[in-house]
Design a protein around this ligand. Structure first.
Ligand code: BES
Ligand code: MN
Ligand code: ZN
Length: 463
């Protein structure tokens, strides 16, 4: 991987870069008379996200005004690359704001062009502000782009094998070990729930449990486990989803994309941890040997699970994946999953629910989420709803009883039964998708909680 993002320039090349000035509601302050008139003429009032190119006397861009509103949000810099004319720019910012705005700029350059050529336009490039760690920002942006690209890629081209291939590339370039347990080997190696959910897929899309291990012999280092839901397409299974609900289910591997991208980032940054990344990659398909409503599955942990609904498949594969994570006695386990529609009903598409019973971890994640503007909202692992997972003829049911209603909470409670009991555990019920296009946020795959988790890891394991 190239260290420097191609759209970042270093300060030496920045001599005639066009300055981007952050301007609040008192827009005229500090502008010369001509620029102030130009701003008024174009209705630029310093509102958050407003953008205005101000020409010099030669008609070329002399400066850019970026509206700050009452408090500047560096994330608005995501809109810059699509809205500015091609050229070289520099942000008039310093410190943490400069760092975050530069990253936001890079995140805003993502385009999914795998299936459609975009017209060639002159690139918008940015001079990295002084003191900003460009290598670090470049790899964070690359991690987010990887997760988004995996989510955006249709299921036909992002099956279990493609996820395995990406995992192998990540492991190989980091010098990490990788094992893949596929098809009937899942039964031999005791991943019965992963097998049950994925067995109806076409043979070349067989289910698999992918595990990357990095620095595992360095037992003096704390072990971090990252776990991801990799349902490459969720038809709902025999409890088939209606058309509208199925339409976007190529994104149901978003959790695995996040776990792999974050894992790559941790290894590239060489954080002082041992790392295990575990991804269950399956297709929740319909076929004669699909698992059925009423079937009782075994799990790696030995708990039996009555399948009330084949569309609650994510928690089944995560049960085995989390049990596996626990076998490494991790200091910390983070899981990512597009687990419930109920999460979106509770908090909408932009704010992923965070579940953990570890106060220090909750505090660390929420602080990091605020600092890097990658929001999370803590939700309760409410013990009073555990009863909704009780089954008459098995240890658990995968479709919580209706009375509990809080579907994202009960899904998290289900995972909690399988989560490692050593160390801390957090679960993020991500949406992994922008449902509406906004400046710098194209409709499609989105990295959520990835930057927050990374920032938390850096703090938790510093020194
Ligand atoms: N992958 C879905 C959840 C989902 C749906 C995420 C839409 C994002 C957008 C998951 O496998 C699912 O179908 N969950 C069911 C569970 C229910 C059957 C208990 C749900 O949320 O409806
Ligand atoms: Mn489902
Ligand atoms: Zn699903």
């Amino acid at each position: 991987m190239s260290v420097l993002h191609p759209l970042l320039a270093t300060a030496q090349d920045g001599a005639d870069a066009v300055p981007i000035r952050i301007v609040g509601p008192d827009a005229e302050v500090g502008l010369d008379a001509a620029a102030a008139r130009w701003a008024t003429l174009h209705g630029f009032a310093g509102k958050s996200g407003q953008l205005l190119v101000v020409p010099g006397s030669d008609g070329a861009a002399a400066q850019v005004l970026l509206g700050a509103g009452s408090a500047f949000d560096p994330i608005t810099a995501r809109g810059l690359s699509a809205r500015l004319p091609g050229g070289l720019y520099r942000l008039e910012l310093s410190g943490a704001e400069a760092e975050l705005a530069t990253l936001a700029f890079l995140l805003g350059t993502y385009v999914f062009d795998r299936y459609k050529a975009r017209p060639e336009t002159a690139p918008v490039r940015l001079v990295a502000p002084n003191g900003v760690d460009v290598a670090e920002l470049s790899r964070i942006a690359a991690a987010c782009a990887l997760a988004r690209e995996m989510v955006d890629t249709p299921a036909a081209d992002m099956g279990p094998l493609q996820i395995e291939t990406i995992a192998r590339e990540i492991a190989e370039s980091a010098g990490a070990a990788i094992t893949v347990t596929e098809g009937d080997a899942l039964l031999e190696d005791n991943y019965p729930a992963v097998h049950a959910v994925g067995r109806a897929a076409a043979p070349h899309r067989a289910p698999r449990l992918i595990e990357i291990g990095w620095k595992l012999d360095r037992t003096e280092l704390p072990l971090v486990a990252l776990v991801g839901k990799g349902v490459v397409f969720d038809t709902g299974g025999l409890d088939l989803k209606p058309a509208a609900g199925m339409r976007n289910m190529k994104k149901d591997m978003g959790g695995s994309a996040h776990a792999l991208a974050l894992g790559r980032l941790v290894m590239q940054a060489d954080l002082p941890v041992r790392l295990v990344v575990i991804v269950a990659a399956v297709e929740n398909a319909v076929a004669a040997d699909a698992f059925r409503p009423g079937d009782i599955l075994n799990s790696r942990k030995g708990l039996t699970i009555e399948v009330g609904n084949t569309d609650a498949e994510g928690r089944l594969i995560l049960a085995d994946a989390l049990t596996r994570a626990g076998e490494h006695a991790p200091d910390l386990t983070l899981d990512f999953a597009t687990l419930t529609g109920a999460a979106r009903i509770a908090l909408g598409p932009d704010l992923p629910p965070l579940y953990t019973d570890d106060e220090a971890l909750a505090e660390g994640l929420m602080t990091a989420a605020g600092q890097v503007r990658d929001p999370l909202w803590r939700m309760p692992l409410w013990p009073g709803y555990r009863g909704a997972l009780e089954a008459e003829i098995a240890d658990l049911r995968n479709d919580p009883a209706g009375w509990a209603q809080a579907g994202s909470v009960t899904a998290a409670l289900f995972l909690q039964r399988f989560a490692p009991t050593t160390g801390a555990w957090a679960h993020m019920d991500i949406f992994a998708w922008n449902p509406r296009a906004r400046s710098g946020f194209p409709e499609g795959g989105e990295a959520q909680a990835l930057r927050a988790c990374y920032a938390m890891l850096k703090t938790r394991y510093s020194g």
